[in-house]
Design a protein around this ligand. Structure first.
Ligand SMILES: Nc1ncnc2c1ncn2[C@@H]1O[C@H](COP(=O)(O)OP(=O)(O)OP(=O)(O)O)[C@@H](O)[C@H]1O
Ligand SMILES: [Mg+2]
Length: 411
């Protein structure tokens, strides 16, 4: 299948999964060694009573990447994420973290790995019922042997981060589902893990807190660059958070890609159905829909050369860039340029359109609408160093909203 399930090869790989299988049941090995493994989940269940939960999954995740796993209920997401910590034994395959095969770890090394390298937020909270909120959150530090004063201080901090101040001494049963989920998140955060595994961590939260938690997580990610594996049912959450999204169906990963790819070129009807509610305005970016202009003007050219260029390309504008690094200097319009030539005005200053609209490549279409509404000329796309990287015709913004399949996803 032509999808790229591996992280950008220029990035440092944190997690690499190869040919991973999980079959629940006594006949797991038998099924794996026979042609039965190619049959559908239903057929396998019917013939053997075993469940094909994860089927030959391979992918890698770069350090600092936010990797999202989506799929219908029962598609294998929880099984997969739990195997990454060996909370579920895999039937076959390999899982490497920082280049080490964790399936070969001794018991002791595995404990260490779970305590120091990874933090997990479970789908159904996984809190200790007889411990208070504070002790639940401090648990990860306690098993690491951190002193009481230090772990309670850290736990307190995490509790405040997730908005549960005042609830420290209650037991989980006194908290709503959403609050318990926040306790689980606080517990994972206190240990400051290198890899954060989150299984539908926000699904029990009401929308407002959910958005807040998403924003917090993005901020945390920006700040500390954790590697995050995140399971969710919610497409908008996936699109908001994920650097890449993997979509699972019946234990298989059917597509992996950056959000724009998944939205604009779903590999099959299953994925298409998943993403059909996604608004292109929230996903497509300026960089994804921009074009290269037919010609640019350069700062060392004179007004007549500029006029000649505009006539050649039959346009009434062109962007001027610097000699070095293609920095955007201004937008020259035909009207102003002609006036400069006629009145001997100063060039290029007088030929520039005042305040031409510009945007960064990662701005989403929705945020381009207000700029587009005001713009008389195409919008220049300028990167963080001020370099001109492309232009957006106003009409193409609206076209890509309706026929988003033709958008160049910038692969
Ligand atoms: N311990 C188990 N024994 C047998 N089958 C199991 C076990 N755990 C999970 N399964 C089966 O494996 C498949 C994948 O389950 P899993 O919990 O991974 O799905 P999921 O994608 O996380 O679903 P949800 O979105 O509902 O959480 C399902 O068919 C499930 O019934
Ligand atoms: Mg699950």
């Amino acid at each position: 299948m032509a999808y790229n399930n591996h992280a950008d090869q220029t990035e440092e790989i944190c997690l690499e999964v190869n040919g991973l299988w999980k079959i629940f049941g006594k006949k797991a090995q038998e099924i794996l060694k026979s042609d039965l493994r190619f049959e559908s989940k239903e057929a396998i269940l019917e013939k053997t009573g075993n469940v094909m939960a994860v089927k030959n999954v391979s992918f890698s995740v770069a350090r600092g990447e936010f990797f999202v796993i989506m799929g219908l209920s029962g598609s294998g997401k929880s099984t997969l994420i739990r195997m990454l910590l060996r909370l579920i034994d895999s039937t076959s395959g390999s899982i490497c973290v920082n280049g080490e095969d964790i399936l070969k770890y001794s018991k002791k090394r595995l404990m260490d790995f779970r305590r120091h390298t990874t933090g997990m937020v479970f789908q159904y909270f996984g809190l200790f019922p007889h411990r208070t909120v504070l002790d639940n959150v401090a648990y990860g530090l306690e098993v690491r042997g951190v002193s009481k004063a230090e772990r309670l201080a850290k736990a307190q901090e995490a509790i405040e981060t997730v908005g549960l101040k005042g609830w420290e001494n209650y037991h989980p049963s006194a908290l709503s589902g959403g609050m318990q989920q926040r306790v689980g998140i606080a517990r994972a955060l206190t240990i400051d893990p290198e890899i954060l595994l989150m299984d539908e961590p926000f699904s029990g939260l009401d929308p407002l807190i959910r958005r807040e938690m998403q924003d917090e997580l993005i901020e945390l990610q920006d700040r500390v660059q954790k590697t995050i594996i995140f399971v969710t049912h919610d497409l908008h959450e996936a699109l908001k958070l994920g650097d890449r999204i993997a979509i699972m169906r019946d234990g298989k990963i059917v597509q992996i890609g950056v959000p724009e790819d998944v939205i604009t070129s779903p590999v099959d009807d299953y994925v298409r159905e998943f993403v059909q509610d996604a608004s292109p305005a929230k996903v497509l970016t300026a960089g994804g829909i921009m074009d290269q202009p037919e010609a640019l003007l350069y700062e060392w050219q004179g007004p007549k050369a500029a006029l000649r260029t505009l006539r050649d390309i039959k346009e009434d504008y062109a962007f001027m860039v610097s000699r070095n690094h293609r920095r955007l200097i201004g937008l020259v319009t035909l009207k102003r340029l002609k006036a400069v030539i006629q009145n001997n005005g100063s060039f290029p200053e007088d030929a520039f359109e005042p305040d031409p609209p510009t945007t960064a490549p990662d701005v989403i279409l929705e945020d381009l609408f207000p700029i587009a509404a005001e713009a008389d000329y195409p919008i220049a796309v300028v990167d963080e160093d001020g370099r001109f990287v492309g232009e957006i015709q106003i009409s193409s913004i609206f076209e890509s909203m309706t026929q988003n399949k033709e958008v160049d996803t910038g692969e």
